[in-house]
Design a protein around this ligand. Sequence first.
Ligand code: GLN
Length: 475
Amino acid sequence: MDTPVLTIPAIVSAIGDRKLSAAELVTAFYKKIKAEDGEIHAYLTLCEDRALEQARNIDALASRGDTLPPLAGVPMGIKDVMVTRGIRTTAGSRILENFVPPYTCTAVERLEAAGAIVLGKLNCDEFAMGSSNENSAYGSVRNPRDKSRVPGGSSGGSAAAVAAGTAVATLGSDTGGSIRQPASFCGVVGLMPTYGRVSRYGLIAFASSLDHIGPLARTVEDAAILLSVIAGHDPMDSTSANVPVPDYRTELQKPVKGLRLGVPKEYFGEGLDSEVRSAVEAAIQKLAAQGTEIVPVSLPHTGYAIPTYYVIATAEASANLARYDGVRYGYRSKSAKTLAEMYRKTRDEAFGAEVKRRIILGTYALSSGYYDAYYLKAQKVRTLLARDFQQAFTKVDAVITPTAPTPAFKLGEKSDDPLAMYLADIYTVTADLAGIPGISVPCGQSTGGLPIGLQVLGRHFDESTVLRIANSIFP
Ligand code: GLN
């Protein structure tokens, strides 16, 4: 059997009608992974026996004629920053090389309860810190659309697996753009829900006030179906919101006509690649042709977003990563003679360069003499950035921007220049800082055939509108 390019509804109904066997489908996906993923390197760990057993259970349900759950038999991959009981979880770091978690992340648990099948764990930048997947301790991922280029990051494996067809859909995490930017680079759909919409329980923490879990998929409809499954209150995450979850797939049926769409001038300035600009402008014309009203808006604090993000994210990371001390999890240095030396050597030997850079930056920003100048100041600017959006949303229903300033860049092109790399997130970090939902949807390609993504940002908890707009321009 070949792995056809199937959508979630097509898989579930074919399994329900006994035209497709979940076990055969899963076997075909592993065959494809083994044949093609060596070069792409999206997967870090496979869990074949477990997946086949789950698939057989789905087939048994189908043969009894039972109603199937909404993701019955859908082969998925999970970014390796979400813990999975009994399946190694590395966060792309040496420090967790042999870590087998004792529990499962809520979002993954909900997918499996809905019948999804986890094929394996996906490569990512170490602790989700990066924009190109080149910070993974296990090696880079190649962009399936052009193998000399990066897939984006940090959820590079999650985007590449969907683009390569080695998973039907995946979960990623987004702290500053890590779902949307790789989705844009690989030509797939990537959705970051509102902060608090999806539980973070079992997501290995990078920057807790910015971390979000969300789906990457081939179609907007698949992303909508996945969000309905993973969203909703979870008592295990105190920041998870108790807000009703709509059936997002039904919401997609509503027309976009009459919606007011804001186009912020700050996102179309210097640094924006001309082909990205034309593709996004063409998509905006398409939206206008469907009866939406295009309204110029301003988000005046946008220029401060990158420095604000890198102060807050590194400060939170320095606190979150203190737990990797050689005692509680994973790697422990073998050569240390005293306790203090053991802490030092463990962290020195098993954290990568970018993670160390961020711990140092974050510790500095939080130190007593500098706290007010950096961390406190950044928190104040974060409020201003959030207010920019609140202000815009009094006039418009959603904001439309490019997802990233350029298409996918070459492997190695920016890896020696952290500042250039940080600028890859210039259009995505604002939504994380404001806690609003955003999606990247393919809207065209460069003359060289590289995918270009359009970003739609919406009001808090209004993923429905964001999905609807994305769907209306989806090819
Ligand atoms: N590229 C950004 C960073 O390096 C965002 C990462 C993310 O969203 N996890 O921090």
